[in-house]
Design a protein around this ligand. Structure first.
Ligand code: HEC
Ligand code: HEC
Ligand code: HEC
Length: 420
């Protein structure tokens, strides 16, 4: 803090020694320009080599785009049919409803009276597509690769990306041609048009409701735990509640020393290495607990990330572009689900918009009994569409995170969250 005494000393020295020298030896660094937090800058901040969580699928989708590389097969027009479709509609129905084949068509479409439980609504209701006057070749093309008809389509290219063979697609088309009568839903829950939108009324800051709140107690112990350098966080930060009252709301930020965007979690890893000497890797339990603690201290503060400096502006721009990049075997961009598909059902899950997706991280997931930081959520949204995820400290995730933070600018931090 700047006391009146040091201030006047600074001014008199300034006049005595001149501006240049004063800038080189700032006597009152705390007030003029805050000392940059020490950080280890060389090692990766997450486990290397990065290995996917053992409870997640191990499939390698190396032949498809990720957020950091281009690999998907190029678009080529679907093959020409020689004559009308002669597929097996029964097998087509089975394939269309098979959840293991890309989530199945009913993840997004209602498909007549035999539609299985909880169809989604991202795509149009196809229950009467058999009387829409579509030609066999048109239907085949749309399913084989919808880009042949609609370059903006958000539907996966089932044929081009080898999710279904040419013969299987002919069976699916034969099934589509049998669909001529509107579906009938037994109850409102089944119909995605009348299914009630989930409203979460749980109090995420109630420790009896949110198991994520237990992180705060653990974080308190970690904060005062002496590390390899015989220092704890508390040795240098004796008043965290006031010192870090707003800090987390300014994160993520572009970090010049790393030439990339870092969030709270990567800061913790790098800062701890150079201060306490502890190696708190991203997505380790200690890292996530401290991340919840630092965000919790700033709860209620409106998110305010840097949108002015040149490097930050460039990162936000890259992040926005990544959100529209088609990746994975299913060929989805973030925005396909969280903008075009938002507020619709993908099977039994209601897709949220990007606004509202940030302030509550890290979040306790009741369906998994785990706390996820935002990077783990990004990883899941990669793997779920059959795209290889990146390590948590990837620069691309930093760009995505800051772009998402900007969309949520002004929303008040509210961590830890609780979600399904
Ligand atoms: C992720 C959601 C999604 C899935 C899964 C999906 N579709 Fe679609 N489908 C759409 C959307 C959205 C459209 C319309 C606009 C577009 O193409 O983006 C569409 C359009 C179509 C059309 C064109 C409808 C017309 O205008 O005649 C057909 C046919 C179709 N889908 C069949 C299928 C089949 C068959 C499957 C399963 C193999 C399937 N869809 C799976 C989202 C999906
Ligand atoms: C050896 C002293 C030391 C230790 C130990 C230490 N820090 Fe720091 N920390 C600093 C300094 C110096 C700064 C930069 C000036 C400031 O913000 O006070 C800083 C800054 C911070 C900031 C603000 C970051 C910013 O960009 O301004 C946070 C948050 C923080 N530390 C958290 C922690 C946590 C959590 C631990 C334990 C893992 C820890 N610190 C351990 C010295 C230390
Ligand atoms: C195939 C659809 C799909 C795609 C593509 C997708 N997601 Fe998701 N995402 C989901 C579903 C389903 C959920 C859970 C329901 C919800 O919150 O929308 C989710 C949740 C999230 C959440 C947490 C929301 C919250 O408030 O807790 C974030 C953040 C997120 N996605 C980011 C992304 C990003 C970034 C991308 C692109 C890399 C992406 N998603 C791509 C389907 C998708």
């Amino acid at each position: 803090m700047k006391s009146p005494a040091t201030q006047s000393a600074g001014v008199s020295l300034f006049t005595l020694l001149g501006a240049g020298l004063f800038a080189a030896f700032p006597l009152d660094a705390g007030a003029e320009s805050k000392q940059a937090a020490p950080m280890e800058l060389v090692q990766p901040a997450s486990a290397t080599p990065w290995l996917r969580y053992s409870s997640w699928t191990a499939t390698d989708w190396k032949d498809y785009n990720t957020l950091d590389k281009t690999a998907s097969p190029a678009y080529v027009p679907p093959p020409k049919l020689n004559g009308p479709i002669s597929g097996d509609p029964k097998n087509g129905e089975k394939l269309a409803f098979d959840r293991t084949r890309g989530g199945s068509c009913v993840a997004c479409h209602i498909m007549g009276k035999t539609t299985p439980a909880l169809p989604g609504s991202v795509g149009p209701d196809l229950s009467t597509i058999g009387i829409w006057g579509r030609s066999d070749q048109w239907l085949f093309n749309y399913v084989y690769d919808p880009r042949s008809v609609n370059p903006q389509s958000l539907m996966p290219p089932w044929g081009t990306h080898t999710l279904f063979s040419t013969l299987e697609i002919q069976d699916i088309v034969a099934f589509l041609k049998t669909l001529k009568e509107p579906s009938a839903f037994k109850d409102a829950l089944e119909n995605p048009a009348t299914r009630p939108v989930p409203v979460d009324t749980r109090d995420n800051l109630d420790p009896f409701t949110n198991d994520g709140m237990a992180a705060l107690e653990r974080a308190g112990l970690i904060f005062s735990r002496v590390g390899a350098n015989r220092k704890s966080c508390a040795s240098c930060h004796s008043t965290p509640k006031s010192d870090f009252k707003t800090w987390a709301a300014s994160m993520p930020r572009y970090e010049a020393r790393l030439n990339k965007v870092i969030g709270v979690e990567e800061f913790i890893t790098r800062h701890a290495r150079s201060t306490t000497g502890d190696n708190l890797l991203m997505q380790s339990a200690d890292n996530i607990d401290l991340s919840i603690y630092l965000r919790y201290l700033a709860n209620g503060t409106p998110i305010k990330v840097d949108t002015q400096s040149k490097n930050s502006v460039a990162a936000i721009k890259r992040g926005n572009a990544l959100m529209t990049r088609k990746i994975g075997q299913l060929n989805f961009a973030c925005m396909d689900c969280h903008s075009l598909g938002a507020n619709k059902w993908i099977r039994g899950q209601y897709l949220t918009e990007t606004k509202g997706q940030f302030a509550h991280f890290p979040t306790y997931r009741t369906s998994r009994g785990e706390i996820w930081d935002i990077r783990k959520r990004f990883q899941w949204c990669n793997v779920a569409i059959r795209a290889n995820e990146l390590p948590p400290d990837a620069a691309e995730y930093g760009d995505l995170e800051i772009a998402l933070a900007v969309i949520n600018q002004g929303q008040k931090l509210n961590a830890p969250g609780i979600r399904h």
